[in-house]
Design a protein around this ligand. Structure first.
Ligand code: ADP
Ligand code: ADP
Length: 224
C-alpha cells in the first residue's frame, strides 16, 4: 500500500522555480492498476520518480506499507528501490554492451543478497516475455518492442511488488505496444501493483483506475 499526502516538488531552472508537484494526495492499494495521465509537464514523471524512490519530495509524506520513506536510512531506501519496485522507461535504458540476459541480471549488482536462482529466474522471465532465443543478443539487435520486453523482464527480476512504467509504449509501433501492454496486464494479474504513466487515452482506459494530473495537482481520480 502506497500513501502520499501533501506532496510538493519544485525544481530550480535557471534561477526560476518550477512547481512540478503542488500538493498531491494519493493512496494506491496493493495489487491495484493505476494509469497516471495529464498533459505534458503536468507532473506525471515527477510523481512516478517519487513513487519509485528515485527522487524525494520537498514537502509532504510518502508511506510505503505504513513506513515513512523520509525516515528510512540509505540502505532501506535502496532496498525499496532495488527489490520492492521495478521501473520501466520509455527509452528502455538497456546497456548496449551487455547481452539481453546480462541486462536482465543488472539489478543483481545493486543488491547485497542476490537470490541464488537469479540466472534461472532471468531465463524464465525472458521466456515469459518471448525472448528466450535472444538472450545472448545485444540490445541493438532487437526491435523496440523486444527491447521494452527485455526491460520489463529486468524490472521483474527481483520479484518487486510494484511495477512503475513511464510511457512504456511511447517509442513503439502499435503492434509492439499492444504486446507490451498485454505483458503489463499479466504482471497486474499476477498480483503486482502497476502504476503506468501514459498520455494515450486508449491506454489509460485499460486500467481500472485513472489518476489525471494538471499543473502538479490531481484533477481527476476515476475508478471504472
Ligand atoms: P510530465 O511527466 O507530466 O510531462 P514532468 O514531471 O516531467 O511532467 O514535469 C513537470 C514540470 O517539471 C515540467 O514543467 C518540467 O519541465 C519540470 N521538470 C521535470 N523534471 C525537471 C528537472 N529535473 N529539472 C527541472 N525541471 C524539471
Ligand atoms: P524516458 O524517455 O526514459 O521516460 P524522459 O526523456 O521522459 O525519460 O525524461 C528523462 C528525465 O528528464 C526524467 O528523469 C525527467 O524528470 C527529466 N526531465 C523532464 N523534464 C525536464 C526538464 N524540463 N529539465 C530537466 N530535466 C527534465
Amino acid at each position: 500500500m502506497i500513501e502520499l499526502a501533501g506532496i510538493h516538488r519544485r525544481y530550480d531552472m535557471n534561477g526560476q522555480s518550477v512547481h512540478a508537484l503542488a500538493g498531491v494526495d494519493l493512496t494506491i492499494e496493493a495489487g491495484s492498476y493505476v494509469t497516471l495521465t495529464g498533459p505534458s509537464g503536468s507532473g506525471k514523471s515527477s510523481l512516478l520518480n517519487i513513487l519509485g524512490c528515485l527522487d524525494r519530495p520537498d514537502q509532504g509524506q510518502y508511506l510505503i506499507d505504513g513506513r515513512d520513506v523520509a525516515h528510512l536510512d540509505d540502505e532501506d531506501t535502496s532496498d525499496i528501490r532495488n527489490r520492492r519496485i521495478g521501473f520501466v522507461f520509455q527509452s528502455f535504458h538497456l546497456l548496449p554492451r551487455l547481452t539481453v540476459l546480462e541486462n536482465v541480471l543488472l539489478p543483481l549488482r545493486f543488491n547485497r543478497s542476490p537470490p541464488a536462482d537469479a540466472r534461472e529466474h532471468a531465463l524464465h522471465l525472458l521466456e515469459r516475455v518471448g525472448l528466450a532465443e535472444r538472450h545472448d543478443h545485444r540490445p541493438n539487435e532487437l526491435s523496440g518492442g523486444q527491447m521494452q520486453r527485455a526491460a520489463i523482464a529486468r524490472a521483474l527480476l527481483m520479484r518487486p511488488t510494484v511495477l512503475l512504467a513511464d510511457e512504456p509504449t511511447g517509442n513503439l509501433d502499435s503492434k509492439s505496444a499492444s504486446d507490451v501492454l498485454a505483458l503489463i496486464d499479466e504482471v497486474h494479474a499476477d498480483g503486482q501493483t502497476v502504476v503506468m504513466v501514459t498520455h494515450d487515452n486508449d491506454i489509460a482506459v485499460r486500467a481500472p483506475r485513472e489518476v489525471r494530473l494538471r499543473d502538479g495537482r490531481i484533477e481527476h481520480d476515476h475508478v471504472r
